[in-house]
Ligand binder design. Structure first.
Ligand code: NAP
Length: 293
């Protein structure tokens, strides 16, 4: 069993850290806003007052923060992980960030005598709570093998997809597909409501056919109820579609539908919905259709 530092105990990080504690690891949590560490402490974990304190004795350091600048700050700042972790420490970054940033940070970690794998996740808040996440892992074979004891606790489908940064590239593709699914589900529901169809019945039968998806399973009810507690925030999906757009441009490929959905997501944000679940994208379709959100 390992001593684990877990940095970033938000919607995803908190249940993941708790699963690791319950699995027998010794987990020390650090979160900028201290109150979010409470559930981990109630589960038997420990609270650290700083990143330096959290990582000082850790064999493994896990991160789950929002964006590339956040991961960079947590790892490379003066009071960050690179400056305070013990030589050889394995860092597992679960955050969804730019692939080029992940690759660069993995090289910096190596230069500092540390090991870093990118391990972004899919499966949403439910996947984190049920420890059924899909985890796409980028890193060297040895480092990924070493990360398994942690990944197996929080995830169900764990696949080593390539060298450092590759996990983030696969995650970007995941976010492209989820965004497209959400936008089409939103359009279908607005369309069905406009025709006065029993939408709950419609969603039930659609879910059993070729249109069925994890997006229908997790998001349709939220759309029908107009209940948008996050979940996965519009702000974060907007961030991810920016990553997709930049990475597609870099590779010289087009993401026509993805660009369209990125604009819809930006519109949701511009209308003040950034802190809502991404199922709130239905509001954009409603507004565009002249229907009251
Ligand atoms: P969240 O609830 O907003 O949690 C983010 C955590 O990171 C918060 O505890 C926050 O601390 C901390 N944080 C933010 N900026 C920081 C910084 N610069 N330095 C230190 N800590 C910082 O977000 P989340 O939904 O858990 O998402 C985390 C990551 O997982 C994102 O990359 C997201 O794209 C990805 N993801 C999310 C989901 C999902 O369904 N939610 C699914 C798959 C992947 P404070 O409490 O102080 O703000």
């Amino acid at each position: 069993m390992s001593t684990i530092a877990f940095i970033g105990l938000g919607i995803m990080g908190s249940p993941m850290a708790i699963h690791l504690q319950h699995a027998g690891h010794e987990v020390t949590g650090y979160n900028r806003t201290s109150e979010k560490v409470r559930p981990l402490v109630e589960a038997g974990g420990t609270e650290a007052a700083s990143i330096a304190e959290a990582v000082a004795e850790a064999d493994v350091v896990c991160l789950m923060v929002p964006d590339s600048p956040d991961v960079t700050e947590v790892l490379t700042s003066e009071d960050g992980v690179f400056a305070h972790a013990r030589p050889g420490t394995l860092i597992i970054d679960f955050s969804s960030i730019r692939p080029d940033t992940a690759k660069d940070l993995a090289h910096q970690a190596q230069d500092a005598g540390l090991r870093l794998v990118d391990a972004p996740v899919s499966g949403g808040e439910a996947g984190a709570k049920n420890a059924t996440l899909s985890i796409m892992v980028g890193g060297s074979q040895d480092d990924v093998d070493a990360a398994r004891e942690v990944l197996d606790v929080v995830g169900k489908t764990i696949v080593h997809v390539g060298s450092p940064g590759a996990g983030q590239t696969v995650k970007a593709a995941n976010q492209l597909m989820v965004a497209g699914n959400i936008a089409l589900l939103a359009e279908a529901i607005v369309f069905l409501e406009a025709h006065d169809v029993d939408t709950a019945a419609a969603v039930q039968v659609l879910g059993g056919g070729l249109a069925g998806s994890a997006v229908i399973d997790q998001k349709a009810q939220k759309m029908l109820d107009r209940s948008f507690d996050p979940g996965f925030r519009i702000d974060l999906h907007h961030k991810d579609l920016g990553i997709v757009t930049a990475a597609a441009r870099e590779a010289g490929v087009v993401t026509v539908v993805g660009s369209l959905v990125a604009q819809l997501m930006a519109s949701a944000r511009a209308n003040g919905d950034g802190s809502l679940d991404h199922s709130a994208l239905i509001g954009v379709i409603e507004r565009a259709s002249g229907r009251t959100p």
